[in-house]
Design a protein around this ligand. Structure first.
Ligand code: PGA
Length: 241
């Protein structure tokens, strides 16, 4: 694992956006796995800025998002569809036909997982998967458990995850109870993984995930088995590693 620590959020954002933009510049048809949440916002901002300066075009990329809530409409401001449009897609020239986000409103969620897995199979391999880290070690919405699923599946969100995400909603009761998420098999199949973590409240889980035992009770610890992981940490989240 290549662990990089940054003194400022700006430097971290520039490094993250630089890795993504560099990949797109060298391979315009790159397949990117994308993440949502508070963590990647600054990286997407930098990426949009790089695009505005004419330094990178996204018109031939393919993207797959990690996850989506079940049961809120795609135009709900906290849906991950809305998040991606707001922070990235409405500002760049990516082709909507090659942007993929699971549909948390599908009538048949199991069938939707199968559809998403088939699209991922067609794409063969994600070149770079961007990941944030949950306080409980989740990646995507793969929550700690005695066993994990390989492919896309429906997940019941842990109460700690709902509480962490309640900051984006008016009230915790509005936070969905379920989500669709890419599985850890798909995540680990990516050629490269870019894990980004910020904040003192994640120092302990960063330490556990990167240096502790490999266990499904800390899904991010499985990243230790991957041959090409780059970890971007701010100084607070990286305090113990
Ligand atoms: P956050 O979420 O970026 O909003 O902290 C990370 C995650 O839950 O994966």
């Amino acid at each position: 694992m290549n662990i990089l620590k940054f003194e400022s959020q700006q430097k971290l954002n520039e490094a993250g956006a630089g890795i993504l933009a560099g990949l797109v510049q060298t391979n315009p048809r790159v397949v990117l796995g994308l993440a949502t949440g508070g963590t990647p916002v600054g990286i997407y901002e930098e990426l949009v800025d790089t695009h505005r300066k004419g330094m990178v075009s996204f018109k031939s990329i393919t993207t797959f998002n990690l996850d989506e809530y079940v049961g809120i409409s795609t135009d709900h401001p906290e849906s991950y569809h809305a998040y991606m449009n707001h922070h990235l897609f409405s500002h760049i020239d990516a082709n909507p036909a090659r942007i993929h986000i699971p549909d948390g409103n599908a009538a048949d969620l199991k069938q939707e997982c199968e559809r998403y897995n088939a699209l991922l199979d067609d794409a063969k391999q994600i070149d770079l998967q961007l990941l944030g880290l949950g306080h409980n070690g989740h990646i995507g919405f793969n929550e700690p458990d005695h066993a994990l699923m390989s492919g896309t599946h429906v997940v019941k969100l842990k109460e700690e995850t709902r509480s962490a995400n309640a900051r984006f909603f008016n009230h915790i009761d509005e936070v969905p109870t379920h989500a669709l998420t890419m599985g850890v098999g798909t995540i680990l199949k990516a050629k490269m993984i870019l894990l980004v973590v910020r904040g003192a409240d994640k120092a302990e889980i960063v330490h556990q995930a990167l240096t502790g035992p490999i266990t499904t009770e800390c899904p991010a610890s499985l990243l230790q088995t991957h041959p090409h992981v780059v970890v971007l940490l701010d100084s607070e989240s990286g305090r113990l590693v």
